[in-house]
Design a binder for this molecule. Structure first.
Ligand SMILES: O=C(O)CCC(=O)C(=O)O
Ligand SMILES: [Fe+2]
Length: 206
């Protein structure tokens, strides 16, 4: 069937780690973190088996429906309130395991975002830190369509914005001060694009 025109990228099979030389940020990217086969498989299963739901968010003085679908999963076992959040599925556990092994840290929650087409995106924001403590690490995995991940410094207008294409099977981390000093976004696009799934692993603390 597939779909994503990234075969040249996968042909090399490299798993190089890239770090970005940016002020007040600690960002690392690994393309091909998951193989093409693994990525295709996770993509298909996550797309069809996840109970995707809409997400209502405050926007100025209104409540609007976010232009994407989400699913939040959280471990129940460590006694941290998780509301009605479903547990990690077997596939989410497999993905989490790989991520944890790579960076040597544990995560207890994951947010899945589904960008159905070019009208879906996420506007400028920093990830909330109140539930993850100060300087949380966010670990992001992408399957499906390549979309641009944009970053901008919150306070320094002299620092240029940055655009990172996040490919099928890629892995990105944002650590240290990144969330305090930078915002990120996935802009909508007028191009005809297939669905993209992004997973951000997080550590929820009491
Ligand atoms: O889809 C992405 O790459 C980013 C998602 C994101 O920023 C978020 O869920 O907070
Ligand atoms: Fe985010």
């Amino acid at each position: 069937m597939k779909l994503f025109n990234d075969t040249d990228l996968f042909a090399t099979g490299t798993r190089g780690t890239r770090e970005f030389d940016l002020p007040d940020a600690d960002i690392m990217l690994i393309d091909n973190f998951f193989s093409k086969e693994e990525s295709d498989d996770f993509y298909d299963k996550l797309l069809t088996e996840t109970q995707w739901r809409e997400y209502e968010m405050p926007m100025y003085d209104k409540i609007v429906t976010a232009p994407r679908m989400i699913s939040w999963h959280q471990d129940k076992k460590d006694g941290i309130p998780s509301g009605n959040a479903p547990e990690f599925t077997a596939d989410l556990n497999k993905i989490r395991q790989r991520v944890e092994t790579q960076i040597g840290l544990k995560f207890n929650a994951v947010l899945l975002n589904l960008y159905r087409n070019g009208n879906d995106g996420v506007s400028w924001h920093s990830d909330k830190i109140d539930k993850s403590g100060i300087n949380p690490i966010i670990a992001s995995v992408t399957f499906g369509e390549t979309r641009m991940f944009r970053l901008r410094h919150k306070f320094r207008k002299d620092v240029p914005q940055l655009e990172i294409p996040l490919y099928h099977g890629s892995f990105l981390t944002m650590a240290g001060k990144t969330n305090s000093f930078w915002e990120h976004a996935v802009p909508k696009t007028a191009k005809e694009v297939l669905p993209r799934i992004n997973l951000t692993f997080r550590r929820v603390i009491r």
